[in-house]
Design a binder for this molecule. Structure first.
Ligand code: ADP
Ligand code: MG
Length: 766
């Protein structure tokens, strides 16, 4: 794809480690390679890892290409580290970043010093530990590079201990009872595996240090800590399995590429919609005559104003080393997507936070409001964050990539089936990991995957698993199959054509795509669950294989038997059909698959005995952590909907009723005037019309009264679980009732008099 404006051509990513380029060109921003076509390949990994990701490719035939000029410019990446750190310090730090070795405390002061020098050259006066508390976003507390020497002269200073550890006052972050107020302190700790970066501001810059956030007892108060722990657990389990399969590697790291969907609306209209501003979604609003029926928006040409915004946002992201790659229109009007090139999951999670933050910030600069909510508009597609997920070993091999030899394919099938097992066993927990008030409105509605988790594999792979399970030789369905003598593993050709857009968890060629993840949520918790579930599945399979290998010399045979048993056991999670259909609901129920339609019901899984056992076994969360997170999540859910209910009441009572009374009064006056001059039979028709309008207006008054009473009643409910459940059913139901009537009135009221911008204006005005 050629971006004409920047002159940058994006070419397919290539797995690192297999650098196809020929000539190495020194450059200030990392290693640049040029191939025989004069194309530059920028290894943008920064200080993350050799293995992961791929490359952004700039075609020299379009010399105005600017990505190379700015990519990673504001990150303390490998190039910056090499320049600013003594060689031994640099190498020791690389060991931590690339191989997960513990950090050598002796190098920390030198790293801090180098980082400070680098940051100050870029205008930074302050630093902060940048972390992800249990609320939706990121948090930072800034400190100046300022200290005094023994003679009280001011000096710029950033010590090793300041780099390693910070102490924000944690008392205002949600902790769900994990910290009592008298010990309200928590501390942040540097995560060296995600590069520090500069956040530019209009009047100076800040050095941001990605960090974890812990209570003084070591309990995680954030989203990064559990993710890192789960990734470690998965790595161990995967290395163990690979060893059994005859392959040695030191580490396995999940890779994530998350496609970020969002809506844009005009800033001026946005400011006239308190519901969008406060709740992020429209709580009222009649469907427009043209919705997305025509589906003419998807992949359509990007409007110039939007393109300008996207280019601006991408530039900001490139500076931070975020490999933003794809941009396009989405299905709904005013809906768009940004997809980066995949990276180590920890880095991908940090980068996704930056993506969300910068999209919003830059949109505001362009007079646009960016909506990350999962369902900003009723009756129109919601937004999700498809999470593409794979596993790579230390040598850069993707374990979900079908191989070219039977043994490679045996390994591929083991990991594929382990993923089936993980999703099958922990389907409800995965559903729970993506639960939010916003996602409840999206799941199962307009083009979104349902709340029932199932896996789509595609025709070819399904046929191969079926044949393996039944023990029969491969039939015609596998495109190419050969009898290998040593085993019955067919050659598996990568098949990208087979797509099922309705599946919440689909295999797409060499990765899985977890599609049920909400657009506004951090990807950390879903990936924590996924990694832990995968560790469990692999460990169970390794245990069985180890036992089997005690009794047989024939490893291939033992592996095939294991596969056969696991394929049979996970059959129920596989579904190739239409996930949107009613038949699937019934079929899923017959299969005993969990269907948890709302957050309060899904969240119960979080404190379920089996969940506790799983997370404790892998050292990800202990019981207290799980309970506190459960409480925080439910409280947030209830609060969010309480706010929405209050907004509905205000909008109706303060704006809509007035407009409707005015409309009614004018209509009544008009009919009265008509009655003076005529006894026309039209009078009866018009009176009837007025009567219908008045009835709607009375209905609205009654319904909003009911909503208020209900809201007050639920607010008094002392039991959080009951409160959650009443909120998800009664309160949302009452809000929906008000909406129905208000929307009917909107369609019958003079549009000039209606106090809120309509869907038509919000969605079709460029
Ligand atoms: P789609 O057709 O769904 O847009 P793409 O192939 O364009 O699929 O990929 C979308 C996302 O998947 C991108 O973020 C991309 O980097 C990511 N991705 C591609 N390969 C992998 C992989 N092996 N592991 C994880 N993510 C991947
Ligand atoms: Mg995709």
């Amino acid at each position: 794809m050629l971006d004409k404006e920047s002159g940058v051509r994006y070419v397919k990513t290539f797995p690192a480690g297999k650098k196809s380029a020929r000539h190495r060109i020194p450059s200030p921003f990392g290693e640049v390679f040029a191939d025989r076509f004069g194309t530059c390949l920028l290894s943008f990994l920064g200080p993350t890892s050799r293995r992961c990701t791929g490359a952004i490719v700039m075609d020299k035939r379009h010399p105005s290409g600017t990505i190379l000029d700015i990519f990673g410019k504001n990150t303390f990446n490998r190039g910056a580290m090499r320049e600013k750190l003594p060689k031994t310090v640099f190498e020791s730090l690389l060991g931590t970043i690339e191989r997960g070795e513990p950090i050598d405390p002796d190098i920390v002061p030198a790293v801090a010093h180098g980082m400070k020098e680098w940051a100050m050259e870029r205008g930074a006066t302050h630093y902060c530990h940048w972390f992800q508390p249990m609320t939706g976003s990121t948090a930072e507390k800034h400190d100046a590079f300022l200290a005094f020497d023994s003679e009280q002269n001011p000096m710029e200073r950033f010590s090793g201990s300041q780099l390693i550890q910070g102490e924000p006052d944690a008392s205002s972050f949600p902790s769900g009872g994990m910290r009592t107020t008298f010990e309200a302190r928590g501390y942040t700790a540097w995560d060296p595996s995600s590069p520090a970066f500069i956040m530019e501001g209009p009047h100076g810059a800040t050095l941001c240090i990605p960090s974890i956030f812990l209570s003084y007892h070591g309990g995680p108060l954030d989203k990064k800590t559990p993710l890192l722990r789960s990734v470690e657990a998965l790595s161990k389990a995967a290395v163990r399995m690979l060893r059994l399969l005859g392959r040695e590697t030191s580490r396995v790291v999940p890779q994530a590429g998350c496609e970020q969907e969002y809506f844009l609306v005009d800033g001026k209209l946005y400011e006239r919609r308190p519901d969008l501003m406060v709740a992020g979604r429209t709580l009222l609003g009649a469907a427009p005559p043209k919705g997305q029926q025509m589906e003419d928006h998807y992949f359509g040409s990007i409007p110039p104003r939007i393109l300008h915004f996207m280019q601006d946002a991408e530039r900001e992201l490139y500076k931070l080393g975020v490999p933003a790659k794809t941009r396009h229109n989405e299905v709904a009007p005013h809906q768009f997507e940004l997809a980066p090139i995949y990276e180590d999951v920890n880095l991908a999670a940090d980068h996704n936070q930056l993506v969300m933050e910068f999209l919003k910030k830059v949109a505001a600069r362009h007079g646009l409001a960016l909506l990350l909510h999962e369902k900003p508009f009723a009756g129109i597609n919601g937004s999700g964050k498809h999470n593409n997920w794979s596993l790579t070993d230390a040598e850069g091999n993707n374990l979900f990539e079908p191989g070219s030899t039977p043994h490679e394919n045996l390994q591929f099938l083991i990991f594929l089936v382990a993923a089936l097992k993980a999703v099958s066993k922990r389907a409800a927990l995965l559903r729970c990991s993506i639960a939010s008030a916003g996602n409840d409105l999206r799941l199962g509605a307009n083009e979104a995957p349902p709340a029932i988790i199932s896996v789509f594999l595609g025709e070819q792979l399904s046929a191969i698993l079926d044949h393996l399970e039944s023990g029969q030789p491969n039939g015609e369905t596998a495109r190419e199959s050969i009898d290998l003598g040593i085993s019955k593993i067919p050659l598996i050709s990568r098949d990208n054509t087979d797509r099922n857009r309705t599946s919440p968890f689909a295999f797409t060629g060499n990765k899985f795509e977890f599609r049920a993840v909400p657009s506004s949520m951090s990807i950390s918790i879903p990936h924590t669950v996924l990694a832990t579930a995968m560790a469990e599945a692999l460990d169970e399979m390794s245990g069985k294989l180890e036992k089997a290998l005690e009794n047989t010399e024939n490893r291939d045979h033992a592996i095939l038997s294991l596969l056969r048993a696991e394929i049979a056991a996970t059959r129920k999670i596989r579904f190739e059909g239409d996930n949107y259909s009613d038949q699937w609901l019934q079929e899923a129920e017959r299969r005993g698959l969990p269907n948890l339609p709302d957050t309060p019901r899904a969240m119960k899984l979080w404190i379920d005995g089996s969940t506790k056992e799983l997370f404790q076994r892998y050292g990800v969360f202990d019981e207290t952590d799980l309970h506190s997170r459960y409480q925080i999540k439910l409280e947030q859910y209830v609060k969010q909907i309480e706010i929405e209910a209050a907004l509905v009441v205000d909008l109706v009572e303060q704006d809509i009723l007035g407009a409707c009374f005015e409309q009614q009064s004018r209509t009544a006056q008009s009919i009265a005037h008509l009655a003076v001059v005529t006894e026309s039979p039209h009078l009866a028709v018009q009176k009837e019309y007025l009567d219908r309008y008045s009835r709607l207006l009375s209905d609205l008054i009654t319904k909003v009264g009911h909503l208020k009473r209900l809201r007050d009643e639920i607010r008094e409910e002392p039991d959080l679980e009951k409160k959650g459940s009443r909120t998800s059913t009664d309160l949302l139901g009452a809000m929906e009732e008000v909406r129905k009537t208000a929307d009917a009135l909107e369609l019958q009221t003079d549009s000039k008099r209606w106090p809120l911008p309509s869907y038509l204006e919000l969605l079709f005005q460029h």
